[in-house]
Design a protein around this ligand. Structure first.
Ligand code: C6P
Length: 412
């Protein structure tokens, strides 16, 4: 598909692809600054879903009739599309899941259950989303293994000086986020993967906040697993991806049992298909996978380098302007940051501030963002977060600043 060069995208036209952006909230034009929670959906994705249900809907891999063949072909083409999007060597390395959370649980249960022993360590970081903490806690408790965490520095980056003492040969997996959903920190994935491999550990990258915002090539990054969600990158909810390096997936037992993942079933014992089908028991989210492929086509048509540049500009501008406000603390790195800004206004609790903003049509998120350990690290119960995507505009940030000034006066 043709890619538009950085800087030449007509962002206003792209914005028009999102019908929901014409909505109003409390009588004000909607300003949607909550894309880190879930992105909005462009017309081509909505149409792909509609088209599937109107023309091709049937179950996959089962029927021998025309619709079933069409549905199967579209579903498997979607898998191929995802593989290309992240630079995987083969579509067999792509498992469809419900989202990042399920992808990480799959690795914890299927891979962790087989390969983690009592004497082993799973290394995480202090900025992980609960989805990349709790599955490892459950595993560690069951097996008696230990967790370690790379600390977060005051500027929101990882304390990489601690790595030599943390990344020791007992570590079997280093699982970390690509972009922090509260700080916007972009972690040096390739460097972290190389360091993990040097001590014999595998790596899992949580790409929930990066997959729709920047180019990702799993082979260049050198990761063993990569997890992301369709709904944060213009796709539907309920569909996500686990990439696993072929050799690693082949070594893993199934996790969910049921239809479609077996070769044969006898009353006492079953044999299983190869990856990825071994990990997709039951009827999958067929429409979701097709919608995700449409989202990928849409994103690729714009071009991820252009999206990254646009989103980073918005985030940097927002971070600078938010500092104008009285009694404000802005979180995250000063220089490069992902498409979001977290902040605390002394005068107002994040929930109150977010509710106030909603009265003016401004949708942000207030709370701990499923990052309780990180919030504790920074001594706050939560933050207010404005998160952006390519359909947002500088003018909306200016309007946000006006609304935040009004809030500062109101809560004073
Ligand atoms: N973060 C946010 O508002 P799911 O829910 O499975 O699609 O994604 C989970 C997840 C995992 N890792 C990171 C870094 C994330 O940001 C998220 C989702 C949303 O920040 C909802 S809490």
């Amino acid at each position: 598909m043709h890619k538009v060069a950085v800087g030449t995208v007509d962002w206003n036209a792209r914005r028009e692809d999102f019908p929901i952006l014409h909505e109003q909230a409390h009588g004000h034009p909607l300003i949607y600054f909550d894309s880190a929670a879930t992105s909005q959906k462009p017309r081509p994705v909505i149409e792909a879903l509609r088209n599937f249900y109107e023309h091709d809907n049937a179950n996959v891999h089962r029927g021998l009739h025309t619709l079933s063949s069409r549905a199967t072909e579209a579903y498997e083409k979607a898998r191929q599309r995802v593989a290309e999007y992240i630079g995987a060597a083969s579509a067999d390395e792509i498992i469809f899941t419900r989202g990042t959370t399920e992808s990480i649980n799959l690795v914890a249960q299927a891979w962790g259950g087989k390969f983690i022993r009592e004497e082993n360590v799973i290394l995480l970081t202090g900025m992980e989303h609960h989805s990349n903490v709790v599955p490892w806690q459950l595993l560690a408790e069951r097996i008696g293994a230990r967790l370690r965490f790379v600390p977060v520095l005051d500027d929101g980056t990882l304390d990489l000086d601690q790595l030599p003492s943390l990344l020791t040969p007992e570590v079997k997996l280093f699982a970390f986020t690509h972009i922090s959903n509260s700080l916007g920190t972009i972690n040096p994935v390739a460097e972290l993967c190389a360091k993990a491999h040097a001590v014999g550990a595998l790596t899992l990258v949580d790409a929930a906040q990066s997959a729709g915002h920047m180019p990702i090539d799993v082979r260049e990054l050198g990761c063993d697993f990569l997890a992301f969600s369709g709904h944060k990158m213009c796709g539907p909810t309920g569909i996500g991806v686990l990439y696993g390096r072929a050799e690693v997936l082949d070594s893993m037992p199934p996790w969910h049992g049921g239809g479609e993942m077996i070769v044969s079933v006898a009353l006492e014992k079953s044999t299983f298909k190869k990856a990825p089908h071994r990990f997709e028991a039951g009827t999958p989210n067929i429409a979701g996978a097709i919608g995700l492929a449409a989202a990928i086509d849409y994103i690729e048509h714009i071009g991820r380098p252009a999206i990254f540049e646009h989103d980073s500009q918005l985030a940097r501008y927002a971070a600078e302007r938010i500092k104008e406000l009285p009694g404000i603390r802005v979180f995250g790195p000063k220089e490069e940051r992902g498409a979001l800004v977290g902040f605390v206004m002394e005068a107002a609790h994040p929930h109150d501030l977010t509710t106030f903003a909603d009265q003016y049509g401004l949708a942000m998120r207030g709370g701990h963002h499923c990052n309780q350990p990180l919030m504790r690290r920074f001594g706050v119960s939560g933050t207010t977060r404005a998160s952006f995507y390519f359909y947002n505009m500088m003018e909306e940030i200016d309007r946000m600043i006006e609304i935040l000034h009004a809030a500062a006066r109101f809560f004073k």
